[in-house]
Design a protein around this ligand. Structure first.
Ligand code: NAD
Length: 296
């Protein structure tokens, strides 16, 4: 068997187009554009790239983009003061504080300062709690993107055996909650799980979010399983001095057993920004007292 390759870029393009269309309708009804504020502290090169592409994508979708940069000497109080200013700014529907933060800033305190109604990353405990009890919530972008791709590929997920590898607050845990809401039988595996290959072998759906290159091998998979590879790992390339990106799944061997698989790059990654735009628009609707369109 050769797995179907799930094209994350094409999927993200479709979602962006849906968002852009719904933005037009929002602007017509609300008389203003939805706005996303991104805050970057310091000069981490990878974060610079993410922030730039988030800004471009926001404008391309017809929304307002507000970029705030603080020097890495900025302290926690300065960052929280900025978050509070953005909480109070009516033009801002979504606030995203780019992680990682400099080491003397406590990310948890900063996230707690964000108005949960503007928490488009879905990291605030109020949103995590709502997701856990099945209430309307802003959900972290990466796992929501994974769920949207799974639903497009499989349809009804009810009764599927799903294994999520990784239990982080930003990927593994919300992913498990989302799959549970879709009536999957969910197992969360992690660094202390015994006999991981045997656990994975039960799964109709495997979501790998570990951060270990090529960890999940093809012979761990149930034939026909749908595999979502969240991992982004930089490894040495064949060409001297160069690097390349690989996932947590050993793509070459997995392709032979899986029914469908997301590649790295070009799978989950592109979905994340598209879902961020979607979350911003959903937040804008809620703040304006509108019902978000069903296609979002
Ligand atoms: P994390 O380091 O916070 O969590 C990793 C998880 O993996 C932990 O829960 C740990 O228990 C588990 N783990 C570690 N070793 C293991 C092992 N040997 N067996 C089983 N489980 C093990 O990481 P994260 O933030 O959840 O990110 C995971 C990966 O996803 C990283 O590669 C990250 O770069 C990537 N990521 C991608 C996107 C995207 O947009 N595509 C977004 C977020 C994270």
């Amino acid at each position: 068997m050769t797995a179907e390759i799930i094209d994350g870029r094409a999927f993200a393009d479709r979602l962006r187009a849906t968002v852009a269309e719904a933005v037009q309708a929002f602007v017509a009804a609300a008389g203003r554009k939805p706005g996303l504020a991104v805050v970057l502290v310091g000069q981490d090169p990878a974060s610079e790239v993410y922030v730039r592409s988030k800004g471009k994508a926001t404008i391309a979708a017809g929304m307002e983009s507000f970029e705030h940069r603080l020097p890495d000497t900025a302290g926690q109080d300065e960052l929280i003061a900025l978050v509070e200013q953005l909480n109070a700014d009516d033009r801002v529907d979504g606030i995203l504080v780019q992680l990682p933060l400099p080491k003397d800033i406590d990310g948890k305190v900063v996230i707690a300062a964000i108005d949960p109604a503007k928490d488009v990353d879905g990291f605030h405990v109020a949103n995590a709690g709502k997701l856990a009890v099945g209430e309307e919530a802003l959900v972290p972008c990466t796992p929501l993107g994974c769920l949207l791709m799974l639903k497009e590929r499989i349809g009804d997920l009810s009764g599927q055996d799903a294994v999520v590898i990784g239990r982080s607050n930003i990927v593994g845990k919300p992913m498990a909650q989302l799959l549970l809401q879709e009536n999957c039988t969910v197992t969360v595996a992690h660094s202390r799980t015994r006999d991981l290959p045997a656990v994975v072998r039960r799964a109709d759906i495997v979501v790998a979010a570990v951060g270990r290159p090529h960890m999940v091998k093809g012979d761990w998979l149930k034939p026909g399983a749908t595999v979502i590879d969240v991992g982004i790992n930089r490894v040495p390339a064949e060409e001297e001095g160069k690097t390349r990106l690989v996932g947590d799944v050993d793509f070459e061997s997995a392709k032979a057993t899986a029914g469908a698989i997301t590649p790295v790059p070009g799978g989950v990654g592109p979905m994340t920004i598209a879902v961020l735009l979607r979350n911003t628009l959903v937040a804008a609707h809620a703040r304006a007292g509108f019902v978000a369109p069903a296609q979002l």
